[in-house]
Design a protein around this ligand. Sequence first.
Ligand code: HEM
Length: 250
Amino acid sequence: MGSITAPVAVPRPDPVTPMPDGRAPRPSTVTLKVTMAVSGTVFALYVLVHMIGNLKVYTGAEHFDDYAHWLRTLAEPLLPYEGALWIFRAVLLLALAAHVGASLVLIVRARRAKGAFRRTGMGWRRVPATLMPYTGLVLLVFIVVHVLDLTTGTRPIAPSGFTAPTQDTSHAYANLVESFQRWPMALFYIAVMLMLALHLVHGLWTLATDFGVTGRRTRQVWALVALVFAVVVMVGDISIPIAVLAGWVS
Ligand code: HEM
């Protein structure tokens, strides 16, 4: 005769995870998710447009420097020199602060809600999803290094020959080439662009859920869009340090 074992009580996480005083958490998880989605969209569009701008490096020094100079003189004389650029910088900084801030609160809430439970059945999508906090942290470090390298020209991160832009001209091409001629820096950029692709593919996929997209077909199409978007940005950006290392851009 088979023995009957008493059912084991499985603790279930509280789906709302109230605060210790019993009130609903503020800001709400929905508000935080929408903040992540909107700020993430700003960043995704930025990296796409930035990558397209970066590809101008293949049109030669003159075009690339003209483009960098144009970014600083955009909307003159309505705005002062670098006025439009500072507006972009402010929007990006705000988006970055909102994205990082909301992600930290959501990570803490998710850990508290999950307890010992782990999500299963995500297939290959588990890899970029699990890595999100780490790829995000790498991107945060990258942004600081990148700005010191090619915008402020702060040594020793920037190349020794870095030349700052003036009101009349830019030296963005020479700065970029000199930076990527240092192979450790070029490899760093290549590695970070792989992280960026992982972050983008999962981040863009999550947008569908955050904005409430339902329907199997639409979600499949969106997953493909996310993958293509991430790969296009990655390949376009990675090609540049490779082209400099190979001597095709010099
Ligand atoms: C291989 C990939 C990349 C290349 C070749 C590249 C190239 C450049 C260059 C040349 C500049 C300076 C432009 C100038 O002085 O006019 C710049 C600035 C900048 N890049 Fe990138 N970039 C890359 C990837 C990225 C990524 C992935 C991000 C965001 C995650 C990013 C964010 C920025 C930011 C925030 C600035 C500063 C803009 C400013 O305030 O002037 N870049 N990049």
